[in-house]
Design a protein around this ligand. Structure first.
Ligand code: SF4
Length: 378
């Protein structure tokens, strides 16, 4: 268990890992899990957060196919990144070893048997980098992504070129994937139980009072061995990898959350992360299109993370039953230079909004989705 102490406010946070089997039971019982996207949405705009991630509603017109290409493109590229990591493990562990069997089982969990077998069937008769690239490209090609005529940047061809450069850079970086016991450091799901506790010191006898308990879930792209200590790897696809992009990770709660999860998973301090950025499409100088950016987190960052986590939850708990009363943060209506899908909804009166809520589509996503699907299949 990880304990964070806020001495000034007499608050203690206790964070522990929930075994996946227990997590699924909690989900079945209706326990709400929060993830980085969901908490961030509450701070971006409470109305947006509650509608999209609290109630899982979408108002994207079906005439556009309801596609969110940034998410689809990122997800397909993440298949490639995971395949690269797995390829290095196949290279490390020869067939017949227990580690090889573990890697194989983990890969089937991630990709399914057919896709994994397809990757394994890719000829490996070229040099190391090329073999890895060809292997992982199969993961990209079987991801289900297809071009949208309205988006000339996120094309499969641009994604292929960027991913090929990434594999080259990744292999040169020499960041071995961590394998410890049954843990394979590729696409690791986690669920954390986070407790907020008030500490009261009465005549030197400390009492603890539970204030809140909540669950945080996510998936770490990679855990690596960094000179003998564990380091989190976070892959990002972006339209630009400027210095502003790098700076955005300086205090990113997403990265902090992964270092906390890594610490709980491994039961050892994990404070370092490597953000691995891929620009799509690659710039003219391909070298600038792949950026590996290191980050470190401290005790203070973790405490701020816990405050951010419970602060976001307050928004959901406050407005889930009355979404039309949630604040409208109009400065977010054009975030990332595109119009929020809920502008038509937000333009209505409260009475009209109550009607409109019933006609929206239900569209739910969670970082644990692929595991839930797997659990159902089994
Ligand atoms: S349209 Fe603006 S106010 Fe409404 S949910 Fe979107 S960001 Fe919030």
């Amino acid at each position: 268990m990880l304990t964070l102490t806020d001495i000034q406010n007499n608050i203690e946070y206790r964070i522990s890992l929930v075994p996946m089997a227990d997590a699924f039971k909690l989900l079945e019982q209706g326990q709400v899990f929060y993830d980085f996207t969901k908490i961030t949405a509450a701070y971006t705009c409470p109305t947006w957060g509650v509608l999209r991630y609290g109630k899982h509603l979408s108002d994207l017109p079906l005439s556009t196919g309801g596609r969110s290409l940034a998410i689809e493109c990122g997800s397909a590229c993440h298949d490639f990144f995971a395949a690269v990591r797995l390829w290095t493990l196949l290279e490390r562990y020869s067939n017949g070893t227990s580690e090889h069997a573990l890697v194989n089982a983990h890969a089937i969990k991630l990709f399914g048997k057919d896709r994994w077998e397809s990757m394994l069937s890719i000829p490996q008769d070229s040099d190391r980098v090329n073999n890895c690239q060809l292997f992982a490209l199969d993961a990209l090609h079987t991801s289900g992504y297809y071009d949208d005529p309205s988006d000339r940047k996120r094309t499969l061809s641009n994604m292929e070129t960027a991913c090929i450069s990434y594999a080259d850079r990744y292999l040169a970086a020499d960041l071995p994937v961590l394998v410890r016991g049954n843990l394979i450091g590729v696409e690791i799901p986690f669920v954390l139980k986070v407790e907020r506790i008030a500490t009261v010191n009465k005549a030197q006898l400390t009492e603890w009072h539970a204030l809140a308990t909540a669950y945080y879930c996510g998936r770490i792209d990679g855990i690596h061995d960094y000179g003998g200590s564990a380091m989190v790897g976070e892959n990002k696809t972006a339209a630009s990898l400027s210095s502003a992009w790098r700076t955005s990770f300086a205090i990113s709660h997403q990265i902090t959350g992964y270092t906390i999860a890594g610490t709980c998973l491994l039961r050892e301090e994990v404070s370092n992360a490597q953000v691995m950025g891929v620009q799509i499409p690659l710039p003219r100088d391909a070298f600038n299109g792949i950026v590996f950016h290191p980050e470190t987190r401290t005790e203070s960052d973790r405490l701020r993370w816990a405050e951010w986590f419970f602060g976001g939850i307050e928004t959901y708990e406050g407005y889930m039953d009355r979404p039309t009363e949630a604040p409208r943060y109009s400065h977010s209506c054009n975030r990332y230079f595109s119009a929020c899908q809920f502008i038509p909804f937000c333009s209505l009166t409260r009475e009209e909004q109550t009607d409109a809520l019933t006609s929206m589509r239900h569209d739910e996503w969670s970082p644990l989705d692929h595991l839930k699907k797997k659990a159902v299949e089994e």
